[in-house]
Design a protein around this ligand. Structure first.
Ligand code: 5AD
Length: 351
């Protein structure tokens, strides 16, 4: 099953049947070549254009707190990182980010943060209420980690529309090598099923090239995602952070990340697929290449410039220039240069 023609046939079958068996995923991922990638991307663009034309949705990302009670080995804002400069935006500051974002044409706000106990349910519900009251035409996405089903329900009832929670890796023992014993893949996946059941437009995702990752693990990620059938999938290369236990591990590649984006577009043709900041960090035109591999979303940063550098999940994270929402115009130009247009629309999942 390593013959080039066989792998091309696997891509064709993925295109028509939207699924593969685990050993087929593994063979395809580990046997990829530049020629196969180009073929994959051409089919992925066909699907992307069928469902979304040449439009790219934008989401305004507000990184509102970098306090986190968790200690994930890869993450720069892990609890044990005493060098992280901690900050927490107030409700007023968050609303002011929304105001700026709205005037720039953003109609989705993503509240992302570490698992920060000081932003308890009551405070979150108040915040969600205020944002939805002031911006009833906007979608609100939360990305604040693992919570009880009751908490997820409360946020949903308050008006939150979407939730992002990457499963990180679907393989249980691989998950254990990336996280402390207090966290488990099982719990993570349960949260995702709860979010879907409650009615959120739900996003999951994983890191590409995280330490100890094998092609088999990526195959399991594809199978898990296929089963969950989420509305959104966020993936990006692992990038080491100097103040974490993984400081000396090598980064994932944009090449493999792009290949996985193409596979995701063929497996779930209508999925909302961001070309992530991590992809843009590892390669100068990473996000354009992401779009050309099948992605259809970009998520510029709306956080105030002075705190942006502190939301440091990995080294050299894009946090100035084009990454700033003020440079929406430049992002627009970048997308136009490859034949795509940024649109001002909520960009809900068609599912
Ligand atoms: N490199 C790449 N992505 C990372 N994330 C956290 N740390 C890193 C890192 N070092 C990702 C995780 C998390 C998301 C918010 O950021 O996948 O879910």
């Amino acid at each position: 099953m390593t013959d080039k023609n066989d792998l091309r046939q696997l891509i064709d079958r993925l295109h028509t049947e939207h699924t593969l068996a685990k050993d087929e995923w593994t063979a395809l991922i580990s046997g990829r070549t530049p020629e196969l990638s180009e073929y994959l991307f051409s089919l992925a663009r066909k699907e992307q254009k069928r469902h979304y034309g040449t439009t790219v949705y934008i989401r305004g990302l507000i990184e509102f707190t970098n306090y986190c009670k968790n200690d994930c080995f890869y993450c720069g804002i892990r609890r044990s990182n005493i060098h992280a400069r901690r900050y927490r935006l107030s409700e007023e500051e968050i609303l002011s980010c929304c105001r700026t974002g709205y005037s720039l044409g953003f109609r989705t706000f993503v509240l992302q943060g570490g698992e920060d106990g000081s932003y308890n349910d009551e405070r979150m519900v108040r915040l969600i209420n205020s944002i939805k009251e002031q911006y009833p035409d906007c979608a609100l996405t939360l990305s604040i980690g693992e919570k009880s089903r009751e908490s997820y329900q409360r946020y949903f009832d308050a008006g939150a529309d979407r939730y992002l929670l990457r499963h990180e890796t679907a393989d249980f023992s691989h998950y254990e090598r990336l996280h402390p014993a207090s966290l488990s893949a099982k719990k993570r996946q349960e949260c995702l099923w709860n979010l879907k059941e409650i009615g959120y437009q739900t996003g999951t995702g994983f890191m590409v090239g995280s330490p100890f990752q094998k092609a088999e693990h990526l195959a399991e990620d594809m199978l898990f995602i296929r089963k969950l059938n989420p509305h959104m999938v966020g993936i990006g290369p692992f990038i080491p952070h100097h103040d974490t236990p993984f400081a000396n591990k090598s980064a994932g590649t944009s090449e493999l990340t792009l290949f996985m984006l193409g596979l995701l577009r063929l497996m779930l043709p209508q999925v909302l697929l961001p070309a992530t900041t991590a992809l843009g960090t590892i390669s100068g035109n990473g996000r354009e290449l992401g779009i050309l591999a099948g992605a259809n979303v970009v998520m510029p940063n709306l956080s105030p410039t002075d705190v942006r550098k502190n939301y440091s999940l990995y080294d050299n994270k894009l946090c100035t220039g084009e990454e700033s929402a003020e440079c929406r115009h430049r992002l627009e130009k970048r997308m136009e240069s490859i034949g795509y247009q940024i649109v001002t629309a909520r960009g809900d999942s068609p599912l």
